[in-house]
Design a protein around this ligand. Structure first.
Ligand code: MG
Length: 389
C-alpha cells in the first residue's frame, strides 16, 4: 500500500483523488489547497493527513484553530514555500500533482528531487519545464506517471508492444463545446457556453482550454515528453464520443486503443496502483449505450482552432516557445473568465505573445530561474495586450 501526498486536493482532480484514496484505503500524508480552506478541513477530517498546506496565508490561522478544535493531529502550514517543502515529505511514496497551471512546476520538481514518484495531472508542468522535469526524474531515480486520461490510455496501450515498435500515437480529442463551429461563430460566445463541455466535467481553466483546443495542444507537448517522441509521431483525432481515450499504432500497423466511460477516477487510480489493477469506482463499460454504440473520428479544423499548430511549432522550436505559449494562455483565460475579453481574443493574445517574445540569448531550459523569468515576461506582455483589447 502506497502512501500518497496530494498537491491541489480541493480541485476537480484532487477531489477525485481523495475519493480514490478512500476507496483503496491508501494512507494520505499531506493535502494542499490554494484558497479552499473549508474543503481542505473537511478532507483532513476524513483522511487524517500529517500536514495541511494552504497557499493563501490569510486563511491559515482560522484553519489552524479549526484543526485544533477538532482534535486533529495535523500540522497546518501556509504559503508558497511551505507548498514546495511539503512535496518532499519523508515517507511519501507518490505525490499526485493536480495543481492548476505553471504553479505546479516547483512542487513537482521538489518531489522528484527527493526521489518521490509523481503522478502528474498538471500538464502545464511538462509544457513549461518538460526538459528539466524529465531530467530531474531521471537524475533522482523517480518515476513520472500520467494521470491525464489520454496519456494514461497511451501508457496502457504501449504495454502491448515494445517502445521501438511504436509507429504512431493517436491523441483523441472530444472537439470541445465548439466542434463544427467556424471562427465567425465564435466571436460572441460567452464564458458560460465555453464552460459547457460535452463529455467531461472539469475545472474552469481546463474547460476553457478544451474549448480553444489549447488543452489538446498542451497534451501533444505532454505526450512528446512522457513518451519521448517527436510531435510528428502524434496525430490529433477528433473523437466526439470520448469513449476511446487514445490509441497507439505499432510498426505492424496493429492499433491498440484504451476505451471506457469518461471517468477521471480510473486514470487516477491506475497511476496510484500501477502496475496492479484493482477494482474501481468507475462504472462498467456499456458498449450498447447511445454514446458508445457508434464511434466516430474527424480531423481537427486547424483553420478555426490554431492551437495544435502552435504546439507543434513550440515542440520544434524548443521549450522557450512552450513557456510563452503557456503563460500567454494562462493570462488570456483568466481575462476571458472574468469577462474582460472575448473568446477569440484568447488566441489573439497568444498569437501576439508568440510573435513578440522570444527566449533571451543564453536561455537555459534546465534552469528554473530562466523558466520563471520568461514566464513572467510573457505574463506581463499578455496582460498589456489584453488591457488594450
Ligand atoms: Mg486530457
Amino acid at each position: 500500500m502506497k502512501c500518497i501526498g496530494i498537491l491541489g486536493s480541493t480541485g476537480s482532480i484532487g477531489r477525485q483523488t481523495v475519493e480514490v484514496c478512500r476507496f483503496l484505503d491508501y494512507p494520505v500524508a499531506f493535502l494542499t489547497a490554494k484558497t479552499s480552506a473549508d474543503l481542505l478541513f473537511e478532507q483532513a477530517k476524513v483522511l487524517k493527513p500529517q500536514v495541511l498546506v494552504l497557499e493563501d496565508e490569510s486563511k491559515a490561522e482560522l484553519l489552524r484553530e479549526k484543526v485544533k478544535a477538532a482534535g486533529l493531529a495535523c500540522r497546518v502550514e501556509a504559503g508558497r514555500r511551505a507548498l514546495i517543502e511539503v512535496a518532499k515529505l519523508p515517507g511519501v511514496d507518490m505525490v499526485l500533482s493536480s495543481m492548476v497551471g505553471m504553479a505546479g512546476l516547483e512542487p513537482t520538481l521538489a518531489a522528484l528531487e527527493s526521489g518521490i514518484d509523481v503522478a502528474l495531472a498538471n500538464k502545464e508542468t511538462l509544457v513549461v519545464g518538460g526538459d528539466l522535469v524529465v531530467k530531474t526524474a531521471r537524475d533522482h531515480g523517480a518515476k513520472l506517471y500520467p494521470v491525464d486520461s489520454e496519456h494514461s490510455a497511451i501508457w496502457q496501450a504501449l504495454a502491448g508492444g515494445k517502445k521501438d515498435a511504436l509507429y504512431k500515437i493517436f491523441l483523441t480529442c472530444s472537439g470541445g463545446p465548439f466542434r463544427g463551429k467556424k471562427r465567425e461563430d465564435l466571436a460572441h460566445v460567452t464564458a458560460e457556453e465555453a464552460l459547457n463541455h460535452p463529455t467531461w466535467k472539469m475545472g474552469g481553466k481546463i474547460t476553457i482550454d478544451s474549448a480553444t483546443l489549447m488543452n489538446k495542444a498542451f497534451e501533444l507537448i505532454e505526450a512528446c515528453y512522457l513518451f519521448d517522441v517527436d510531435d510528428r509521431a502524434v496525430e490529433v483525432v477528433v473523437h466526439p464520443e470520448s469513449i476511446i481515450h487514445s490509441m497507439v499504432e505499432f510498426n505492424d500497423h496493429s492499433v491498440l486503443a484504451q476505451l471506457g466511460v469518461t471517468d477521471m477516477r480510473l486514470p487516477i487510480q491506475y497511476a496510484l496502483t500501477y502496475p496492479e489493477r484493482m477494482d474501481s469506482l468507475t462504472p462498467a463499460f456499456a458498449p450498447f449505450s447511445p454514446k458508445a454504440h457508434r464511434l466516430s473520428f474527424e480531423p481537427v479544423d486547424e483553420e478555426t482552432f490554431p492551437s495544435i499548430a502552435w504546439a507543434r511549432q513550440a515542440w520544434q522550436k524548443g521549450q522557450g516557445t512552450s513557456i510563452i505559449l503557456n503563460a500567454a494562455n494562462e493570462v488570456a483565460v483568466e481575462y476571458f473568465l472574468s469577462g474582460k475579453i472575448s473568446f477569440v481574443a484568447i488566441w489573439e493574445i497568444i498569437r501576439h505573445c508568440l510573435a513578440k517574445i522570444t527566449a533571451p540569448k543564453g536561455f537555459n531550459l534546465y534552469n528554473l530561474e530562466d523558466i520563471l523569468a520568461l514566464d513572467l515576461e510573457t505574463r506581463r506582455e499578455a496582460g498589456l495586450r489584453a488591457d488594450r483589447l
